[in-house]
Design a protein around this ligand. Structure first.
Ligand code: GLP
Length: 233
């Protein structure tokens, strides 16, 4: 695991955007795994700023988001679909058919998870995946206790995760379930970059740094992968 400790969140975002842009410029057909949450917001800002100056930056890029809330429509202001439009997709030339996000409002949610895995395999699998870090060590919505061989599925969110994300649901109706890529799905990405910044993440960062691998702490599965970069402050 390659650790880069940056001076602050701005520099961390610059570095994450640099890795992102290098990947899509080197291989215009890159398949990316993309996160949501507060941490990657500035990385997306930087990517958008750089791509506004370039022609056809994203025309052949394929993206798969890590997760989505279940039981809300895509158009809900708190959905990850809305987040991705607001922070990335509205500003770049990606083909909407190449921008994949699980549909948390699907009538048959189990079939939706299976379809997502099939689409990911049909795209050739993930080349580069960016991850955030939950303060309890979750990656995507894989909460503590998740088996490392898990794949895309429906999960129940912990109360701490629901509380951490409650600000996006001002009516208080924070979803209780989500669709998430599994840990095994994420670990199949050729490269992984984890972004962790902020006071609330310090304990999780230290636990990850300790090198102890345990399914109590989902991010520790990343120690099993040969090409992980952790960007932290
Ligand atoms: C959510 C998302 C994760 C994200 C995490 C951290 O639960 N499902 O993918 O990494 O929160 O979010 P933040 O960056 O806002 O701290």
């Amino acid at each position: 695991m390659n650790w880069e400790t940056l001076p602050d969140y701005d520099v961390l975002s610059d570095r994450a955007a640099e890795i992102f842009l290098e990947a899509i410029l080197r291989n215009p057909r890159t398949v990316l795994g993309l996160p949501t949450g507060r941490t990657p917001v500035k990385m997306y800002e930087r990517v958008v700023a750089a791509c506004c100056r370039k022609y056809h930056c994203f025309s052949d890029v394929v993206t798969f988001n890590l997760d989505e809330y279940a039981g809300i429509e895509r158009t809900h202001p708190g959905s990850y679909y809305t987040f991705m439009k607001q922070h990335l997709f509205n500003f770049i030339d990606i083909d909407p058919a190449n921008a994949h996000i699980p549909n948390g409002a699907a009538a048959d949610i189990e079939a939706e998870c299976a379809r997502y895995e099939r689409d990911l395999a049909a795209a050739g699998g993930l080349d580069l995946t960016f991850l955030g870090l939950g303060s309890n060590g979750h990656i995507a919505f894989n909460e503590p206790g998740t088996p490392f061989d898990s794949r895309t599925r429906v999960v129940t969110l912990t109360e701490s995760t629901r509380a951490a994300n409650a600000s996006l649901f001002p009516d208080g109706r924070v979803p209780t379930h989500a669709i998430t890529m599994g840990i095994a799905t994420i670990l199949e990405s050729k490269s992984i970059v984890l972004l962790a910044s902020g006071e609330k993440k310090q304990a999780a960062i230290e636990r990850l740094r300790s090198g102890e691998i345990s399914d109590d702490f989902p991010a520790s599965a990343l120690w099993k992968h040969p090409d992980v970069t952790v960007l932290t402050v």
